[in-house]
Each structure stands twice: as structure tokens, then as C-alpha cells.
Design a protein around this ligand. Structure first.
Ligand SMILES: Cc1cc2nc3c(=O)[nH]c(=O)nc-3n(C[C@H](O)[C@H](O)[C@H](O)COP(=O)(O)OP(=O)(O)OC[C@H]3O[C@@H](n4cnc5c(N)ncnc54)[C@H](O)[C@@H]3O)c2cc1C
Length: 180
């Protein structure tokens, strides 16, 4: 008789969830990882009382109650609220982009004004069939949002020029813009 039903390579979130769900269905799994710890990229170490995210900060976010409830069976979440700020040429902008961001960027006050500027800038790009992440971001948000709030961050994160990055990320999710 075989010892395991599944060999799962990688003890990150994906491998862990797979192993958990398969075990509930009566399957026997072996999870292996080339790292000397579990958790993959979300692995944390307690260093002098500080919870350090070894591979970079990870913040869990979902708008899906089913996923939220699923995760809460394993861990107690704290009430950390992420309030990131983007720095572009010594200017600070709120992220995700909201009316504070747009008011500062364009000196406007209402969501309607913001919508009109975004729409105008989107049209000005002339892009109708985006072929990479740069074109996709311009197509969805227009020139200012792309140049000031997406380009630098994305190039730093992926370590390459945005126009050399696939547009797949924004094809599945719109740029998060909050008009409040
Ligand atoms: C800096 C940073 C910040 C991030 N922030 C967020 C965030 O805020 N929110 C969010 O939702 N997501 C974030 N992510 C993405 C997040 O890391 C993933 O969503 C999630 O951790 C992926 O889980 P995973 O199991 O798919 O992969 P991983 O966590 O990468 O786990 C894969 C595991 O497989 C192992 N492995 C791979 N190949 C082999 C092999 N051949 N043999 C043995 N072992 C192998 C690796 O060692 C690794 O431990 C961030 C990623 C990074 C890098």
C-alpha cells in the first residue's frame, strides 16, 4: 500500500491549504519544502519581541466573507489598519488612491471632478487594446495615476520596467480607486 496519496511541494499558504483540505477528505499528504521552515513567503520570526516578516511585510486582505471565515479558524488577526503613503518627487499621496490623493494631485474637491479627469486622461492615452502592464495601467487610470502612483512602485516590486511586465495583474482586477 502506498504511504502517501499526495506529495505537496512547498509549505507556503497554497501547500498548507491543500494539505489541510486533502487531509479532511481522508487523504494522506507529505509536504516538503526546500526552506528550513514552513509558511513560505509569509514566514515570520520573533526577534527581540518584534514580529518580523522575514520575506517582506504581508498583510492579509479579502472582501470575501467565506475566505475571511476560513482563515479565522487558523489564526487570530489583530486590528492593524494599513495606511500606506506613496512618495513621488517629495510629495506624499494616500494609497489606495482616494479623494485626498486626487485633491492634492489635481487641486479638486469632488468625486465627479476626479472621474472626469481620469476619463479624460484615459482617452488621451489612445490605448484600446493594452499589451503590457504599462499600457494596462494607462488604459485603466490615465497618465497621472500611472506615472505618479503606479510606475515607480511596480518597477521596484518586480525589478523590471513596467512595459516589460505582463498586464495580467490589472486584467483580472481593476486599479483600486476610491472616490471618497
Ligand atoms: C515582499 C512580498 C510582500 C507580499 N505581500 C503580500 C500581501 O500583503 N498580501 C498578499 O496577499 N500577498 C502578498 N504577497 C504574495 C504572497 O507571498 C503570496 O500570496 C503567498 O505567500 C503565496 O503563497 P504560496 O504558497 O503560493 O507561495 P510561497 O509562500 O512562495 O511558498 C512556496 C514555497 O514553496 C517552496 N518551494 C518552491 N519550489 C520548491 C521546490 N522545487 N522544492 C521545494 N520547495 C519549493 C518555497 O521554498 C516556498 O516556501 C507578497 C509577496 C512578497 C514577496
Amino acid at each position: 500500500m502506498k504511504e502517501y496519496d499526495y506529495l505537496i511541494v512547498g509549505a507556503g499558504l497554497y501547500g498548507a491549504v491543500m494539505a489541510h483540505e486533502l487531509k479532511k477528505k481522508g487523504k494522506k499528504c507529505l509536504v516538503i519544502d526546500r526552506r528550513d521552515h514552513i509558511a513560505g513567503n509569509i514566514y515570520c520570526e520573533d526577534i527581540e519581541g518584534i514580529h518580523v516578516h522575514k520575506y517582506g511585510a504581508h498583510i492579509f486582505h479579502t472582501s470575501d466573507k467565506k475566505i475571511w471565515d476560513y482563515m479565522n479558524q487558523f489564526a487570530e488577526f489583530n486590528n492593524y489598519i494599513n495606511s500606506p503613503v506613496a512618495v513621488y518627487k517629495d510629495e506624499l499621496y494616500n494609497l489606495p488612491f482616494n479623494m485626498n490623493t486626487f485633491s492634492k494631485m489635481w487641486n479638486i474637491r469632488t468625486p465627479q471632478e476626479a472621474k472626469e479627469i481620469i476619463e479624460k486622461q484615459r482617452k488621451e492615452t489612445g490605448i484600446t487594446d493594452p499589451q503590457n502592464l504599462e499600457e494596462q495601467a494607462l488604459f485603466l487610470g490615465g497618465r497621472d495615476i500611472y506615472e505618479k502612483l503606479i510606475k515607480g512602485y511596480t518597477e521596484k516590486q518586480w525589478g523590471k520596467k513596467v512595459y516589460r511586465t505582463s498586464g495580467i495583474y490589472y486584467q483580472t482586477s481593476a486599479i483600486p480607486i476610491c472616490l471618497r
